[in-house]
Design a protein around this ligand. Structure first.
Ligand code: ACM
Length: 792
């Protein structure tokens, strides 16, 4: 039967069976919501109709293709409610244990039938090496016509990515119910870069094996293919090393500081976590089945304090430090003697036995050289080796490890701090500091992965809306990530290195839970996936925005706790006349925002916002951003009253300087929402510019005390310590400038964590800048403003 006729006939059935039936005409008109956008897409007029219970034919006897078919069917069953018949792999070819397909095909995918599909199977998965020249090692061709759907690839990897694209065609725009109508389309696709990476920091905060596997599934559905697993750092050694059991017995536990106490069960309980080698192998296997390579990162010669806490004999000073509870750059380096090199080689032996990746990452970043400078033995060693300085010693050290890995058939990769003149060209460089490092590394013949701070650093927060979780500035918005281009300058030099690809990094100092990881990564991972996979010419921000709501619907079906920050409505208030308040609404990405005043909910028929609203306080205002199809994307609520005009939270205050601004959360309450403070930890000083102080006679400041847990290395001398009058810090409030008239002096002597300070103000007119300064030494306890309120 003609598919168009069938689709028309099915309309009646679907209308009865499904709460959101799909119309064939709608399907033909709907945009293709593919992310990342394939390299070539051609769309035809007709549609194909896929029915519940249809079969999938696998045309190869490679067992991996059958596993991919089962994975695909499980995904479609779980997220689209369609059951597809997939064939079992021919018994003789099945490779037991190669691919156990995760939660994705449990339990809902039990509905996937393994009975042999009839010959009329409308979906065909085909694997043939003959496609290799056209499609490469990761490419695929996906054809949807009135006759059926076919995915062809030269490799299982390509077939897997083709199946992900088909899954996206089926979700969610093809509607729900027992029938999916998808437009005829011809796709030929392969990635821009071979390395599409994500760094997961499991040292600062630890994720469960189940969470990491979940993340690997989600990476694969974004066509990312490298998980750089950051397993060791000053704050924790997370991988079991059998020859050196104290690495995890001692190195995997630290004192619980700040919010860690919530996770450990109390401030007196240590924060601990590590992975056995069996668990790590399981993660490697799980990832490989999804075409993701796990590259382990074992940091050296710096970021080594947890290891030296376990084995001080491999440090420089012989002293045993604690596993660090601080964030930042630490002093502890490994020794460079034979015993320590031997120890690290034995560690790498076990690491290589667990991780089959070509590359092994040895870190190499932020190694302060003070301990090497102060050691007579190391200075003598340097003279013996005729090394000019400690940077050359680092080069010697890393080159030694590169040789060791190479002798074992592996390659070294490390942060751009490893870039020294003697580094063997086989070593690859992960450029994070700037494009200059990329250029230099390529010139020197090294391959490079681009992972620049800040745009590819996913621990930088994504909006300045006050409900954004803690993190590091600057704001790295969805659009910033989407627009990332490495701006390469051709070296024009024979023997120059290649750009292997791009990587986003999730450092977890401010990500104590997996929910925070999800919030930080999604949907920015979708934006990154398109930057790293799609051809540069296919990049189209408006097109991405049009496709994103469908991706978010997929996230909901997958259970991903994504951020709605890009859509989150912001309320900007200003006085209007004597008694009204003007409210303007905005968000990062634009689009339709609808609103409702009072207790009513916002719906798709609520008025759309266009010009500032004039409101009579007190009033409640709710705003929701909508997709063009009328689905809600983000909702925020504001209580509009006179006090809202004269209140500033710390995100709405300026810091007096920008030395090291962070958004940090309070250690309490143990459960529920904790306040987030924006503070320059090197200068506890804030400015409220042009505060309307006219008639305001009372000041109230919410302030919290945070633990100081930062290592600032040589920058520590830049921390501003203001004299105290007595033995306690105070909050001083000044008029017009930080050196201006003191309006209030509020001692913090009796103050507990999270306290409210109040003061009377003299009478003023007009508006004035107000400066808020905490005196004393922030290293003795970091006082940070939460909110300031002026009232009559
Ligand atoms: C880094 O951010 N230290 C690589």
């Amino acid at each position: 039967m003609d598919a168009r006729l069938l689709a028309t006939l099915l309309l009646a059935c679907c209308t009865l069976l499904s709460s959101s039936p799909v119309r064939a005409d709608d399907a033909a008109a709907a945009p293709l919501t593919l992310i990342p956008m394939p390299a070539h897409v051609q769309r035809q007029q007709n549609m194909f109709v896929l029915n519940d219970g249809d079969g999938l034919h696998v045309q190869t006897d490679d067992p991996r293709a059958y596993d991919i078919a089962a994975y695909f069917a499980g995904l479609v069953a779980r997220t689209r409610g369609l059951r597809l018949h997939v064939p079992a792999a021919p018994m003789s070819k099945a490779a037991p244990g190669t691919l156990k397909l995760s939660k994705l095909d449990l339990p809902k995918a039990r509905s996937v039938s393994h009975a042999s599909p009839p010959d009329t199977s409308p979906i065909r998965f085909e694997l043939s090496k003959s496609y290799g020249t056209e499609l490469g090692t990761e490419g695929y061709r996906l054809q949807v016509s009135e006759d059926g759907i076919s995915i062809s690839a030269a490799t299982p990897t390509g077939l897997f990515y083709g199946s992900v694209t088909l899954w996206q065609l089926l979700t969610p725009t093809a509607g729900r119910g027992p029938v999916a109508v998808i437009p005829d389309v011809s796709i030929e696709d392969q990635p821009r870069y071979g390395w599409r990476g994500l760094l997961l920091d499991s040292a600062r905060h630890f994720q469960s094996v189940a969470d990491i596997e979940q993340l690997i599934d989600w990476m694969a559905l974004h066509k990312l293919n490298v998980l750089q697993w950051h397993l060791t750092d000053d704050q924790g050694w997370r991988l079991q090393i059998k020859k050196y059991p104290k690495l995890t017995r001692i190195g995997a536990c630290r004192k619980s500081i700040g919010p860690d106490a919530v996770l450990s069960g109390g401030p007196d309980k240590p924060y601990c976590g590590s992975y056995t080698q069996d668990q790590a192998r399981e993660i490697v296997r799980y990832a490989a089945a999804r075409y993701v390579t796990v590259v382990p990162e074992i940091e050296m010669p710096g970021h080594a304090q947890a290891a030296i806490a376990a084995y001080p004999e491999f440090g420089v000073t012989g002293q045993q430090p604690p596993v660090s509870t601080d964030w930042g750059v630490h002093a502890y380096l490994y020794n460079t003697d034979d015993a320590t090199l031997g120890f690290l080689q034995e560690v790498l032996d076990e690491v290589m036995a667990v991780f089959p990746s070509t590359y092994i990452d040895v870190g190499g970043d932020e190694a302060l050289k003070d301990q090497w400078k102060a050691s007579a033995a190391i200075q003598a060693q340097m003279r013996g080796l005729k090394l000019a300085d400690e940077d050359a010693l680092q080069g010697w050290f890393i080159t030694h490890m590169a040789g060791y890995l190479q002798a074992h058939g592996r390659k070294l990769i490390g942060w751009d701090g490893i870039l020294t003149p003697g580094l063997p060209p086989q070593a690859a460089v992960m450029a994070w500091q700037s494009p200059d490092y990329t250029a230099q590394a390529l010139q020197q013949g090294h391959d490079v992965v681009i992972a620049y701070s800040p745009t590819l650093y996913m621990d930088d927060y994504q909006s300045d809306v006050h409900d954004e979780p803690p993190g590091r500035p600057p704001v790295v918005s969805l659009k910033d990530v989407y627009g990332f281009e490495p701006a390469l300058v051709p070296t024009g030099k024979p023997g120059a290195g290649q750009v292997l690809g791009e990587q986003i990094n999730l450092w977890t100092e401010y990500m104590p839970t997996f929910a925070r990881d999800e919030h930080a990564l999604f949907p920015r991972m979708a934006a990154f996936a398109e930057a790293a996979w799609s051809p540069a010419a296919a990049r189209d921000w408006d097109g991405f925005l049009a496709r994103l709501p469908a991706e978010l619907t997929r996230y909901q079906a997958l259970g991903i706790g994504y951020a709605d920050s890009a859509y989150a409505p912001r309320f900007t208030l200003s006085p209007e006349g004597d008694s009204k308040i003007s409210v303007s609404l905005s968000n990062q990405v634009g689009g339709v925002i609808r609103y409702a005043i009072g207790d009513t909910a916002v719906t798709a028929s609520s008025p759309p916002y266009s010009t500032p609203l004039t409101m009579t306080p007190p009033a409640e205002l709710t705003a929701t951003a909508f997709a063009t199809d009328g689905s809600p994307l983000a909702t925020r609520h504001a209580h509009i009253d006179a006090a809202a005009l004269t209140t500033r939270d710390s995100d709405a205050l300026d810091t007096c300087s920008n030395k090291l601004v962070l958004r940090i959360e309070a250690p309490r309450p143990l459960t529920g929402t904790r306040p987030v403070y924006r503070v320059d930890i090197m200068d506890t000083c804030w400015l409220w510019r042009a505060a309307a102080v006219d008639g305001m006679r009372h000041l109230s400041v919410g302030i919290g005390k945070l633990p100081w847990n930062y290592q600032l290395a040589h920058d520590v001398s830049g921390v501003v310590v203001r004299p105290m009058d007595g033995s306690y810090p105070a909050l001083d409030v000044h008029l017009d400038s930080c050196g201006g008239q003191t309006l209030a002096h509020l001692p913090l002597q009796a103050a507990e964590i999270q306290t409210q300070l109040t003061a009377q103000l003299p009478a003023f007119s007009g508006s004035h800048d107000l400066c808020f300064i905490v005196t004393g030494d922030p290293k003795q306890g970091l006082w940070a403003i939460d909110k300031v309120l002026l009232s009559p």
